[in-house]
Design a protein around this ligand. Structure first.
Ligand code: SF4
Length: 332
């Protein structure tokens, strides 16, 4: 591990005063909040800051539910949000996505902001023994293309990176049209979560629209009565502490036995949390009949590209959508 100095600023403005030295890759200054991903990245020698600036105690950790919807302070923990009675009742897809993530110990420590900023689990990114990783070392190539790519994305990929986005929470939030409040040099700005993560294209090392030195202040979710009828379905290799092979977050507004509106996002298959508007459109006015659901779900594969080991994800994501819609539709 690269040696670093831990800075403990007294307040957020003092923390943000470090921003001129902060950056995206190999910056001399990095911020740390819950630290559950950052500590791994430090141990794995993927991040090598000279100074680590602690945001502990400096960020909002409140969970607020009102007529406008839900506001999650950036420092609220996964465990706190998952267990919050209003989240469980009004936004079950969020609670389910969180409880299907990580372990109880990690959920007690990891924060909302850190969760949506966590780095990919691509094994070539996580092991500096592999030289070719454009995300870790821009311009070095991609060991996963042509290598072991069972865990990798089939949607939103590029010739430079096919890494899947790892967050379950972000998938649920994208389905709910959430937004990110960002604290930066020029004050606050708000970005829809669907626009927050970037496609890899030719610059996979730039993963979000956060500018160097900006931090996440909160995540907001608009009020949506339909969110009570929502579900997060996660397919994974083992029952706990495992990342998604494929996941589907579904929010359904029903009109009797007919779907009035569906919101669907996928995880494990995209280089970012992946909304499927064509599937949503096809489900409008559909019933929960399996034939209709399968026909709509087939549209999710538009533009999908397997790389060999991950070809199975294309069929699996269709099936995950059908199952998740059936489960959400059966809820009252
Ligand atoms: Fe690196 Fe992306 Fe290729 Fe993985 S898929 S080796 S993260 S460039």
């Amino acid at each position: 591990m690269h040696p670093f100095t831990l800075e403990r600023p007294r307040d957020l403005p003092a923390a943000l005063a470090f921003r001129p030295q902060a950056g995206r890759n190999d910056a001399p200054v990095e911020y740390i909040a819950g630290g559950t991903d950052m500590v791994q990245l430090l141990q794995e020698n993927i991040r090598r800051p000279d100074r680590l600036v602690s945001l502990a105690g400096l960020l909002d950790n409140r969970i607020e539910v009102g007529p406008q919807g839900l506001r999650l302070g950036a420092a609220a923990t996964m465990a706190e949000v998952a267990a919050h009675p209003d989240v469980v009742e009004q936004f079950p897809v969020i609670s389910e996505a969180l409880l299907e993530s990580a372990s109880p110990q990690v959920r007690n420590q990891a924060t909302m902001g850190g969760n949506v900023l966590q780095r990919t689990r691509c094994p070539y990114f996580r092991d500096v023994g592999y030289e070719a990783c454009n995300k870790r070392a821009p311009g070095s190539g991609c060991a996963a293309i042509g290598g072991e790519n069972r865990w990798h994305a089939v949607l939103g990929t590029s010739d430079d990176c096919i890494a899947a986005h790892p967050s379950d929470l972000a998938v649920a939030l994208v389905a709910l049209d959430a937004a990110v409040e960002i604290e930066g040099a020029d004050g606050q700005r708000t970005v829809p979560l669907g626009d927050f993560h970037r496609l890899p294209e030719a610059t996979p090392h730039i993963e979000t629209v956060l500018e160097p030195g900006e931090v996440i202040a909160a995540i907001t979710v608009p009020a949506n009565p339909a969110a009570r009828r929502s579900h997060y379905l996660k397919v994974r290799d083992r029952a706990s502490f495992e990342f998604a092979v494929v996941s589907a977050a579904v929010v359904l507004e029903m009109d009797g036995a007919q779907i009035r509106q569906a919101r669907i996002a996928l995880g494990g298959v995209g280089t970012k949390p992946w909304r499927v508007p064509r599937v949503e459109a096809a489900l409008t006015a559909a019933s929960l009949d399996p034939v209709e659901l399968r026909s709509a779900a087939a549209l999710a594969a538009e533009g999908a590209q397997g790389r060999g080991h991950n070809d199975f994800k294309i069929e699996l994501m269709r099936r995950a959508i059908v199952r998740a819609v059936e489960i959400a539709g059966a809820r009252t």
